[in-house]
Write a protein that binds this ligand. Sequence first.
Ligand code: ZN
Length: 161
Amino acid sequence: MLNKICRFIKKEKISLKYIINTHNHFDHINGNKFLKKKTPAQVISYNSGLRDGDYVEIGNIKLKIIETPGHTADGVSLFVDKNLFTGDTLFVGDSGATVSKDSDRTKLGESLRKLITVCPRETIIWSGHDLGDKKVSTLEYEQKNNINSEEYKLKTVHYKF
Ligand SMILES: [Zn+2]
């Protein structure tokens, strides 16, 4: 996968500015060192200081940081132009497990409700793993069909950044 990413970066003549980690699990960060060696990119995450409402600017693109703890304590999701990168907070049809030392199921529920509140319903979600029956989904679809929609009582709650 990393070689594939590097080939893409080279082919498209991309100058990689950031490697953004959605959380600290090994399967999400184990390419950091490799990519840092191959590119000038900086690794950023909750642990490097990203917080709710921060923006990461890349050219004309502004990624909004949304803290989404629960799967891990340091979880963040990234929102840009009605696209939401959810890491392991929200999958198509499910959500991330809460089996790590720093997991918290109550906070995961709060994070899911927060995403539904702060992002438009039609937001397309891009998860950290392809576990569902399709690659992408929308918040609106997940609010109705996600396995956790009843458990988390996904409803509108007002959050402020
Ligand atoms: Zn994870």
